[in-house]
Design a protein around this ligand. Structure first.
Ligand SMILES: NC(=O)c1ccc[n+]([C@@H]2O[C@H](COP(=O)([O-])OP(=O)(O)OC[C@H]3O[C@@H](n4cnc5c(N)ncnc54)[C@H](O)[C@@H]3O)[C@@H](O)[C@H]2O)c1
Length: 363
């Protein structure tokens, strides 16, 4: 059975869907692994390392003409055209419903398996690419904030007096938010966390941060551990109640998201205007509209004296580790997709496993 690992061509994407470490394991399982020349260059994995791991280095067309295609980013029309009919696509699909690309894949009888749809259950934890990449995003967002902040993050004693620690607020305490809290604590910031799901209070506190608690008149807990969209009245109450806390912050890392909905607006322009000049907002929700309406997607801008960072692909800024974790997630998925046999791996019935069944798109 052939597995293909092409080079990602989406603008700004530096990750690759498999690494030499994982290729070695796949080859041992009996897969024939075809890696496009240069696929790992941007994430610091040269062709030679893949070759040593047992991969064949091939041209772009050969990397797509495979039984199972491993990708990071959603394929474009040309990539769909290059894919083998009847094969499997394993990667991000970056859409909530269906669109032309998904339609074209289904038309070619390609089974589309979306990593975004891996259920958040214990058995799927080692396959959960959303979590591994969100963890990296949360870490990298704080590093980004430190780079733009014109002051020290920790308390600092110098010959010329001392600096106070940065007051850093994390909005949304999911995977990215909790990692941002942990990273900011390690850098010595005075950290506060807020989430609309009340059950996050203990998680925020367990990392040594202070939990911001608001009475907004309704719970934001939805199904499956995710948040639900608030009523218009609760949204207004939440913005008003958060305003003073956010105006006092020197750095805000905002990660609040609701699956398949626009990101909630938590930081109003009025609040930005009240922040100290040189404060930094890293808006991890930028791809979904942002938690602050002043954020500009994929840009770093200064508005009302505050620096707003709107990068939409933080994992791509940590390419070697982001690829390593993603590749391991996919490898753990492949483990449940095939049976091993002396003649090589044999595909299982993917509709029989709750994980692979949940990942299917376009059926
Ligand atoms: N295997 C597992 O069991 C597993 C693995 C990973 C995550 N999870 C759980 O999945 C859930 C989703 O995590 P995620 O990181 O993907 O979340 P996410 O990226 O969908 O959202 C980020 C955070 O934003 C919060 N949020 C949404 N609207 C908000 C608002 N108006 N104000 C403040 N905060 C708001 C959400 O509650 C969430 O914590 C969490 O409960 C997490 O613990 C479980």
């Amino acid at each position: 059975m052939k597995i293909g690992v092409p080079r990602e061509t989406c603008a700004g994407e530096t990750r690759v869907a498999s690494t030499p470490e994982v290729v070695k394991k796949l080859v041992k399982t009996g897969f024939q692994v075809l890696v496009e020349a240069g696929a790992g260059i941007a994430s610091h994995y040269p062709d030679e390392q893949y070759r040593e791991a047992g991969a064949e280095i091939v041209d772009r067309a050969a990397a797509f003409a495979v039984d199972i295609l491993l990708k990071v980013r959603k394929p474009d029309a040309a990539e769909v055209a290059a894919m083998q009919a009847g094969g499997i696509y394993l990667g991000y699909v970056e859409t909530c419903g269906e669109d032309e690309i998904i339609g074209a894949l289904v038309k070619k009888d390609i089974r589309v398996m979306a990593v975004e749809r891996i259920p958040r259950i214990s058995r799927a934890q080692s396959m959960d690419a959303l979590s591994s990449q969100s963890n990296i995003a949360g870490y990298r967002a704080v590093i980004e904030a430190a780079a733009h902040y014109g002051r020290f993050m920790p308390m600092m004693m110098t010959s010329a007096g001392s600096a106070k620690p940065a007051r850093l607020v994390v909005l949304g305490a999911g995977v990215a938010g909790l990692q941002a809290i942990a990273t900011a604590r390690r850098l010595g910031c005075d950290v506060y966390g807020y989430d609309v799901r009340p059950e996050t209070k203990e998680q925020i506190q367990s990392l040594g941060a202070k939990a911001i608690e608001l009475d907004i008149g309704e719970s934001g807990s939805g199904t499956g551990g995710y948040a639900k969209e608030l009523s218009d009245e609760a949204k207004a109450r939440q913005q008003a109640a958060l305003a003073d806390e956010l105006a006092k912050a020197h750095i805000i890392i905002s990660t609040a998201l609701i699956p398949c909905r626009p990101a909630p607006i938590l930081i109003t322009p009025e609040v930005v205007g009240r922040m100290r000049p040189g404060s930094v907002i890293v808006d991890l929700a930028a791809a979904n509209g942002g938690n602050c309406p002043l954020t500009e997607k994929d840009q770093v801008v200064e508005k009302q004296g505050v620096i707003l960072v709107g990068h939409t692909n933080f994992p791509a800024l940590v390419p070697a580790d982001a690829s390593a974790f993603y590749a391991r997630n996919l490898s753990n998925l492949l483990d449940i997709m095939v049976d091993k046999s002396p003649d090589g791996p044999v595909l299982k019935d993917l509709d029989q496993d709750e994980i692979t069944q949940a990942m299917r798109v376009g059926v």
